[in-house]
Design a protein around this ligand. Structure first.
Ligand code: HEM
Length: 449
């Protein structure tokens, strides 16, 4: 019995020492003069706990009033420089020294055996730029992947989830979304492994490579036959192919459809905007069976302004993460190696320092006084900026234009009398989408709804 009390006393003593260190010890990692959240005491006094589970970009925005548009979060497993200033954000993103994705202790690493692989989450120097595989509509692999990923990506709220704050919690099984993160990757890897195995049966990629997986397999097999050595770490392996495919799928699969879902929602809520876009479509593309083509895009100024406002308002990637490759300085702020740099796209897009009435949906903010030219486009960064700007940006912009104009050429969207106005609330995961909603769809004939 005495032994039991001794163990309990030692445990309590140890626990008290740890708590004292965490709460009272000055934070040794405070390396610049920026304000912010530096230890557990700050977490409590600034009420961070009540924000747990909320989207990280919204939580960060609530601290803009207290700390300003640039501040630190040093209480968790990694130091984070939080940026909501468009000038500083662009300056940071333009420099290679801030072009890594995430420091080594972050959960993104644990899907690929702690290696910084893949175009999306990998380090800058290893960032392979490749084209993507095309799935036909009736392809079971493509359909399965899309459905699975739509649900899977909604589980993640990086930055304000408990495992992002306390990285070590990932070691406790089933406690955090870390397990789902790994399981989701396993599932993606299995699907791509099946595709790779099928391709390896015929080896058609040796003569006629059709897509990026074919090119990878061809390169991998040539490596094998030439017996290349991996001393420089440049050898292509099946593991790298799998991580690359998973990243391209994560980045490219749902974003454009989410953007179109937002577009339809805004058109139903703002019929006068929809009418002006339709007038422009009718006069420049035509109202009947003429198919929208990309060469009309530059002539359609109001449609472009509306697209920019959809991109600003939806901010489907609310926050992007970079990290510093080595110790560096920016605007006299020292930034140590492996600091996470959180660029709050949502915060910038809704900042009242930049925008008048940011909560209003107003395409006119992107038009000059005469409505003849685009302005203010440089104040939004929906696709990021600089060295690691979105790889799919031009495909995404073109695809969006073609679908958006085709839909408004043929249909008019309005609030459903049975369901009322759709909510502006979002589902937040890796990307943000609208909550499921109902609208009335009316066919347009010869430009008349
Ligand atoms: C409306 C659609 C899309 C939006 C809003 C979007 C947004 C973004 C953002 C904000 C980033 C981070 C950029 C940075 O760090 O500066 C990014 C990166 C990336 N996106 Fe997109 N994206 C979209 C569609 C796509 C598509 C269709 C693909 C096609 C595969 C794609 C592939 C990528 C890749 C590979 C990266 C990582 C680039 C790198 O780290 O070097 N994205 N995207």
């Amino acid at each position: 019995m005495q032994g039991y009390y001794a163990v309990q006393a030692i445990f309590l003593l140890g626990f008290s020492i740890i708590v004292t260190i965490i709460f009272l010890a000055p934070n040794k990692r405070r390396k610049n003069n920026l304000k912010g959240i530096f230890n557990l005491w700050d977490v409590i006094r600034y009420g961070l706990i009540r924000h747990l589970g909320k989207p990280n970009f919204e939580v960060m925005k609530t601290f803009e009033g207290t700390f300003g548009p640039v501040f630190m979060q040093n209480y968790s497993s990694h130091e984070t420089l939080c940026v909501m200033d468009i000038g500083l954000a662009k300056k940071l993103m333009s420099r290679s020294v801030f072009a890594n994705r995430l420091p080594g202790n972050h959960i993104f690493y644990h899907r690929s055996n702690k290696k910084a692989w893949g175009p999306l989450f990998g380090d800058f120097k290893r960032n392979e730029r490749v084209s993507t595989q095309r799935f036909e509509h009736d392809d079971p692999h493509g359909h399965e992947l899309h459905q699975y990923f739509h649900h899977w990506q909604q589980k993640f709220n990086f930055g304000s989830s408990i495992v992002s704050i306390f990285n070590w919690l990932r070691h406790i099984p089933k406690l955090t979304e870390h397990d789902s993160w790994i399981e989701g990757h396993q599932k993606l890897f299995e699907i791509f492994q099946t595709i790779i195995k099928e391709k390896q049966v015929t080896k058609a990629y040796m003569d006629k490579p059709q897509d990026c997986i074919d090119y990878f397999l061809q390169k991998m097999s040539l490596q094998d036959s030439n017996n290349i050595d991996d001393s420089k770490g440049n050898v292509l392996t099946e593991e790298i192919i799998l991580v690359t495919c998973a990243d391209l799928f994560i980045a490219g699969s749902v974003n454009i459809s989410y953007e179109l879902e937002f577009a339809i929602l805004f058109m139903a809520l703002y019929p006068s905007v929809q009418g002006k876009v339709q007038d422009e479509i009718d006069s420049i593309i035509g109202s009947n069976n003429s198919v929208p083509l990309l060469n009309s895009k530059n002539l359609m100024v109001y449609t472009e302004a509306t697209t920019l406002e959809i991109l600003r308002y939806s901010s489907i990637i609310g926050m992007l993460a970079r990290s510093s490759v080595e110790d560096a300085r920016i605007n006299e702020i020292p930034v140590s190696k492996d600091t996470t740099i959180a660029i709050n796209i949502f915060g910038i897009h809704f900042s009242s320092r930049i925008w008048e009435d940011p909560a209003e949906f107003k395409p006119e903010r992107f038009l000059n006084a005469g409505g003849t030219a685009i302005v203010n486009q440089d104040k939004i960064i929906p696709f990021g900026y600089g060295k690691r700007r979105c790889f799919g940006e031009s495909a995404a912009r073109s695809t969006f234009f073609l679908f958006y104009t085709s839909l408004l050429q043929k249909f008019t969207f309005s609030i459903s009398p049975n369901h009322g106005p759709p909510s502006l609330e979002n589902l937040v995961g890796i990307a943000k989408s609208p909550k499921p909603y109902f609208v009335t769809v009316k066919e347009r004939l010869n430009g008349i709804s």
